[in-house]
Ligand binder design. Structure first.
Ligand SMILES: Cc1ncc(COP(=O)(O)O)c(C=O)c1O
Ligand SMILES: [Zn+2]
Length: 413
């Protein structure tokens, strides 16, 4: 059982009287949930590894949910770790693996967080869950709320891909499209709305929800048979993935279940890279920027307000790095990943592969390093990123002769 030891401010050390507040009353920092894992033994590790449950909930003892009956699960987690030999050969990385989170229930990594977050909402008997989102969190919160029997309200900025709005609607969410930027107008309105209506907040400023992405660490340790890769590269927006993975690895380290953690890499789009900028300047915290448009729309975040500084700390403690990639590099990585590994990742997700290529090209990653690229969202989330021409849709006459001419263009045998 995930026993909550304490909820503590990681900045000033203040411990609130209630465990159900998210923000420090003294310094406004987001609080941190500490789950007591000290009592876990090697036998517990084996028990969890052998569990028939392949979802994140086989690691129940690590999550801040006190009763199994509160769990809201759609079978998230346990995603394939694919050895990607052909893609690896192209990038010059012999031991390249893809952590394929495109197969999660709503098609993105957000299910790891929201399964935990909405389980807590159910435990606390909330009636409505809310989130503001660049798209993926919207669908995920909507799906888990539907499964829990909780209402959901999602706020998205104008310009969000229609496929993402459609998905949230399909799960019964109330979708509010807001004329304004994600980081500023949408954020301001969202904050005020959560206060006014008393909704359960499923944002990354919810420290309970954030615990869900620790599951990357547990799963990979299991999949690598107790070992750890040299590098894990994560497409990064608000920094939850980096922060939470590192927390998970530290737990495993303190339990003696791993010998050394991997180096973590935050991959961002050049158009929205405040974490990379802060990392390169050696700053302790992130300076918000106005994000520009990018093909990696799911990670178009200029102000990783609550977790930015903790993601930076995780990158440094792990001796990892942060790297920005251009839209052209992202689209190339998306195409290579699809055609050389059989995984269709959305552009934001393909930033991890673009980053792997860049880090290999500059010699930061060695040719025989073990590298994991997290592929965090399905390509069908943003199908319009694949640019097709008129020709792709133009039918040919149904004759073998026409087919021969057509096929000849593609050098297919
Ligand atoms: C596809 C995809 N990848 C990665 C992320 C990374 O988010 P974070 O840095 O909060 O882990 C997001 C979320 O915004 C996303 O939608
Ligand atoms: Zn504080």
């Amino acid at each position: 059982m995930g026993v909550i030891d304490k909820v503590l401010c990681p900045r000033c050390g203040h411990e609130p009287a209630s465990k159900s507040v998210f923000q420090c009353s003294e310094c406004r920092s987001i609080l941190e949930v500490h789950v007591n894992t000290n009592q876990l033994t090697n036998a517990d590790f084996e028990r969890m590894r052998q569990s028939r449950d392949q979802s994140i909930w086989r690691w129940f003892d690590f999550f801040p949910v006190s009763q199994r009956s509160s769990i809201v699960s759609l079978g998230e987690g346990g995603t394939p770790l694919i050895p990607a030999a052909r893609l690896g050969a192209k990038l010059g990385i012999e031991k390249l693996y893809l952590k394929n989170d495109t197969v999660l229930p709503t098609g993105s990594l957000k299910d790891r967080s929201n399964s935990v977050g909405v389980s807590v909402a159910r435990e606390w008997e909330f009636k409505t869950a809310a989130v503001m989102s660049t798209g993926n969190a919207a669908g995920s919160v909507a799906a888990y709320s539907a499964a829990a029997g909780i209402n959901s309200v999602v706020m998205v900025p104008a310009g969000t891909a229609p496929s993402k709005i459609i998905q949230a609607r399909a799960y019964g969410a109330t979708v509010v499209v807001i004329d304004g930027s994600f980081d500023y107008e949408v954020a301001k309105l969202y904050k005020a709305a959560v206060q006014e209506f008393g909704w359960y907040d499923c944002l990354s400023s919810n420290p309970y929800r954030d615990e869900g992405k620790k599951s990357y660490a547990y799963e990979m340790v299991d999949q690598f048979d107790g070992k750890t890769p040299d590098w894990v590269i994560h497409p990064t927006a608000g920094g939850t993935g980096i922060y939470a993975m590192w927390k998970g690895y530290k737990e495993l380290l303190s339990l003696g279940w791993i010998e050394r953690p991997p180096k973590l890499v935050a991959a961002q789009s050049e158009a929205a890279a405040p974490i990379v900028a802060a990392f390169e300047k050696g700053l302790p915290d992130v300076e918000p920027i106005v994000a520009r448009e990018t093909i990696a729309e799911s990670i178009q975040v200029g102000n990783p307000a609550s977790l930015g500084w903790r993601a930076l700390a995780a990158l440094r403690e792990s001796r990892g790095t942060a790297i920005a990639v251009s839209d052209a590099e992202i689209l190339e990585a998306q195409a290579l990943t699809g055609s050389l590994s059989g995984v269709f990742a959305e552009p934001a997700a393909a930033t991890s592969v673009a980053a792997a290529k860049k880090l290999r090209d500059t010699g930061v990653i060695g040719h025989d390093d073990i590298v994991v690229c997290n592929l965090t969202g399905h390509g069908l989330k943003q199908p319009e990123a694949i640019r097709l021409t008129e020709k792709d849709f133009t039918p040919i006459a149904p004759t073998l002769d026409m087919l021969r001419q057509y096929i000849a263009r593609f050098e297919i045998t």
